[in-house]
Design a protein. Sequence first.
Length: 341
Amino acid sequence: MGIFNFNNSQVGIDLGTSSILVILKDKGIVFNEPTVIAVNNSTKEVIAIGREAKEMLGKNPKEIDVICPVQDGVIADYIATEMLIKKIFQKICKKYLIKNPKVIVGIPSGITEVEERAVEEALIEAGAKEVYLIEEPMASAIGANLQVSEPTGSIIVDIGAGTTEVAVISLGGVVVSNSIKVAGDALDNAIINYIKKELNVIIGKNTAEKLKMEIANAISNDTEETYLVCGRELKTGLPINLNISSRQVNRAIQECLYKIVDCIKVTLEKTPPEIAADLGEKGIYLAGGGALIRNLDKLISYKTEMPVYVAENAIECVVKGTGKTFENFDTLKTVLLNKKK
C-alpha cells in the first residue's frame, strides 16, 4: 500500500457504486467498505454502514431500510449519501484526529453539473472544508502511474461497478472519452438472469458476485472450473445446491464484455491520429474491479490488436490517484474540474 506526502487534513475519496475508499497521508487506504447504509425508517437513526450494512441486504425487517445510495456511479439518494459520508468522516476524523479536511473525490466523467453539485454539497455537509472533483478515468490514470501531464497519449479503461469509462488522456486533459452503464453490476445481473433462464434456479446478487470473482473467464476455451452455489429452484420453491461452470459464466457475461470492448473501440476510432500512434505503442491500461476478470486483458487485446495491461492494484487506482493529485497539487491541479472552472 502506497505512502503519500500530503497533509493529514487532505483526504482522497473514491465514491464508488459498490465501495467507498478513503486515503490519508502516511496511512495509505484507511477505509474500504461497501457503499451501503442501513437506516431505521422511523427514527432515521443510522444502524450500520459498509460491510455490516451489506450483510443485512435481503434480510432486513420492514423497519430498517438498507440503501445503496450510489447508482451507476452517481448519487441516487442524496440524504442517504450524506448520512453515509458523515458516518465515515466521523469514524476517520476521530481515529486520525482530522478536522475540516480538504477533499478530492473521484466522479464519473459523464455526470451533469447538477450531480456534481450534489457530490460537493454532500461532502461539505459531511464536514469537508473544500471539495475538489476529479474525473474517475483521470484519477485512475494517475493512480496507475500513467504520465497524464506529458504531451503523449494514454488510454485508461476503468471498469467499476456501475459504469465502464474509457478515456484518452494527454497534457493533463481528457481528449476523448466514452462511458457506458455496463460494468460489474451488469455482469452480476447477467449471471443471475442466465442461471434463472437456463437452469430454472434463482440465485442472489452476492452469489452472482462470487461466481464472477471466483470463476468468470473472458475466454471460453480456457481451463474450465466449477463453483458450488445454493439457490432456489423455480419449480419447487425449495433450496438447491448446484455446480456452475466457468463456461456457463462466460456465456452469461459475454454480451456485456463485448459491449465493453465496443466502447473501447468507439473511443479509439474517435482518437486523433497523432495520439493514436502513442496508444498503439503504449497500449491500453485497465483499472477497476472489472479489470480483474480472468483473461479480459487478452480478449480486449485480441479485439483491438493492441497490447493491454492490468494496472497494479486495479481496484485502488481511483483513490490512489486522488492521493497522488494532492501530493503533486501544483503540477496536477489543472486536472481538477473545480480548478478548470
